[in-house]
Design a protein around this ligand. Structure first.
Ligand code: HMG
Ligand code: MG
Length: 292
């Protein structure tokens, strides 16, 4: 039987959070419905962050409410602190993701605190979430470079990844926030982290700024990772990572995985349709970046 790779679709969060246009809740819900119809079972639905900082993710509660009681799909949301957790729980979230960084400057710009302070904030969030039966994923940004500091020491990546795991995150998503990685660097980073956090608890999250994401994913699959984050249409970018482009496109990841003989349960053509819907809603017309 073909080996399975789980795709974590992040377009409704990482894809939309940096767009000039804020999509109305109904459009975000319709986009997620199309992604579910394409066979995705984990779809990041939004974030509970300051609407002043990221207005595109305002009303994530209403997005979640639209899927209340729907089984078979996990709709994680980003949560930076207790304020966010309270709101996420009230909206019925069953999975959250906390987000840390391996770079002090990025941590400060993104969530307005040091790495150490971020863990002080995360500890009660994880404790409360888990007490409520809510699973917690952990993101680690800047694993292959920082937009403010440049190179990031691998030892710090390993250290922060391990701290996220120790805190109780069931999975750590290693984020190449600015798409700086190349395959050998990605492979070495993953291998080193996996010496301290089991590979089965690791995911990879590549932005495609320099067109290296699919090559990096291939290298990481060879290392043994089996969870890949991606965004339909290659949408995305972090408001605090200037110059970084979109996430790796889900349709490209599915093409790669299909070709390698992995099972994903995802229909590539349906992903392209979902991406087209999002592009039109965002006023990008049919301008999907590459020929699909
Ligand atoms: P802060 O200023 O330190 O927080 O922000 P604060 O506690 O001092 O509160 C300031 C104001 O924000 C207050 O409102 C709070 O109520 C409000 P005011 O009194 O001024 O009206 N506030 C909130 N409102 C809604 N939800 C909340 C919340 N918390 C405080 N949860 C904070 C800290 C983290 C909130 C802020 O810096 C923020 O929202 N940052 C945005 C972070 C973000 O969304 N970044 C993008 C996602 S990360 C990413 O893209 C990387 C990733 O994809 C992986 C990768 O690629 O590497 C995951
Ligand atoms: Mg990202």
């Amino acid at each position: 039987m073909a080996e399975r790779v789980r795709i974590v679709e992040v377009a409704p969060r990482d894809g939309l959070q940096n767009e000039a246009v804020t999509l109305a809740v109904a459009k975000r819900v319709a986009f997620i419905e199309k992604l579910i119809a394409a066979g995705l079972t984990t779809i990041e639905a939004g974030s509970f962050v300051s609407p002043r900082k990221v207005p595109q993710m305002g009303d994530t509660a209403a997005v979640l409410k639209a899927f209340e009681g729907q089984g078979g799909v996990s709709l994680p949301v980003l949560v930076p602190n207790m304020t966010g957790l309270e709101a996420a729980l009230a909206a019925g979230a069953r999975e959250i993701a906390i987000f840390a960084a391996a770079s002090e400057s990025f941590s400060r710009k993104n969530i307005n605190c040091s790495i150490a302070e971020s863990f002080e904030r995360f500890a009660p969030v994880v404790e409360r979430a888990r007490a409520e039966g809510v699973s917690v994923r952990g993101y680690l940004s800047c694993v292959l470079g920082c937009p403010y500091e440049g190179a990031v020491p691998l030892a710090r990546v390993v250290d922060v990844a391990e701290r996220l795991a120790t805190l109780g995150c069931y999975e750590i998503s290693l984020g190449d926030t600015i798409g700086a990685g190349t395959p050998n660097a990605a492979r070495a980073m993953l291998r080193t982290v996996a010496e301290r956090v089991p590979m089965k608890s690791l995911a990879i999250h590549f932005h495609d700024t320099k067109g290296q994401a699919v090559a990096n994913i291939y290298a990481c699959l060879e290392e043994g990772v089996r969870v890949v984050d991606s965004a339909a249409g290659g949408l995305g970018g972090c408001p605090y990572a200037p110059g970084a482009s979109g996430n790796v496109a889900t349709e490209d990841v599915v093409y790669l995985l299909d070709g390698l003989g992995f099972e994903t349960g995802v229909d590539r053509a349906a992903i392209v349709e979902a991406a087209r819907f999002a592009f039109e809603a965002l006023g990008k017309g049919r301008a999907l970046p590459r020929s699909r």
